[in-house]
Design a protein around this ligand. Structure first.
Ligand code: SAM
Length: 255
């Protein structure tokens, strides 16, 4: 197939067509990703005493599976049934069990999962970038806030769009999307849009439209939703030098 596949109608998760879901794991590069992510998120969640954890952008399951194997009681949700189906397959193949898995849109997360249910929510792999509307971002974070128990923790990550916008795109390909032989890069990059192209080993090409989230803006949104004590990591380290990291992790708490 030569045409770029991009389902752009409706909600942003509709970009994750059945065929893109099939290719997603090649991009994720599970083994490298688990080696880096697993211990970092496991440590953070354990340090906070979290047991019930919802991965609300589980995609094909890389973090949800790692957390379930790490002993957390995991609820895996995603807006895309295609991605969730792959997550269930991957969990089964790796011997992981989800406490619950269901389709859930962030905007109505507390209606779907119930209020004050979780010790922690994770929204990883640069997922939050899929909302294009300020009000929707605010409403989504409010819904996540309500889904957490008081004292609960939200971990959300995003690409380092600040440096991308200010200095241009470069990537170490060492975090989140580590898959071998997948060519990833922005086709368009400006304040209102980061459009990434993904070319896989067999020549198949997909694209995703994303909103370039600046780190201060995300922190502001978190605080606006009521979260406190927001801490940032750069490529899972603190302190960090902004233009030397690919991804920012923001950790926030419901008081
Ligand atoms: N966390 C996974 C990973 O790291 O591989 C998946 C990341 S993928 C970039 C983003 C995921 O967010 C997709 O699976 C997509 O379906 C989901 N998503 C996008 N918008 C959503 C929304 N409004 N509600 C729930 N999930 C959404």
């Amino acid at each position: 197939m030569t045409a770029v596949e991009n389902a752009n109608a409706g909600e942003q998760y509709e970009q994750y067509t059945p065929s893109f879901a099939e290719y997603w794991d090649d991009l994720v590069g599970w083994d490298d990703r688990l080696e880096r992510d697993g211990p970092f998120y496991g440590r953070l969640l354990n340090a906070h005493g979290a047991k019930d954890v919802a991965d609300v952008a589980c995609g094909t399951g890389v973090n949800a599976v790692a957390l379930a194997l790490g002993g957390f009681k995991v609820t895996a949700t995603d807006g895309s049934e295609n991605m969730l189906e792959k997550a269930r397959e991957n969990a089964k193949a790796r011997g992981a069990t989800f406490n619950k898995s269901c389709v859930a849109d962030w905007l109505t997360l507390d209606d779907t999962l119930g209020k004050e249910q979780y010790d922690a929510i994770v929204c990883l792999g640069n997922s939050f970038t899929h909302l294009f509307d300020h009000e929707q971002r605010r409403d989504a974070l409010h819904a996540m806030f309500r889904t957490l128990r008081p004292g609960g923790m939200l971990i959300i990550d995003h690409r380092n769009y600040d440096t991308m916008l200010d200095e241009g795109y470069s990537s170490k390909h060492a975090y989140n999307y580590c898959g071998d032989g997948v060519d990833v890069g922005p086709a368009q990059l400006h304040r209102g849009l980061a459009q990434f192209h993904y070319t896989f080993k067999d020549g198949r090409t997909f694209q995703l439209n994303m909103y370039p989230l600046r780190q201060n803006y995300v922190t502001h949104l978190l605080e606006d939703a009521g979260f406190v004590n927001v801490e940032r990591y750069g490529d899972m380290q603190r302190p960090f030098i902004l233009n030397q990291v690919d991804f920012i992790q923001q950790v926030a708490f419901r008081p």
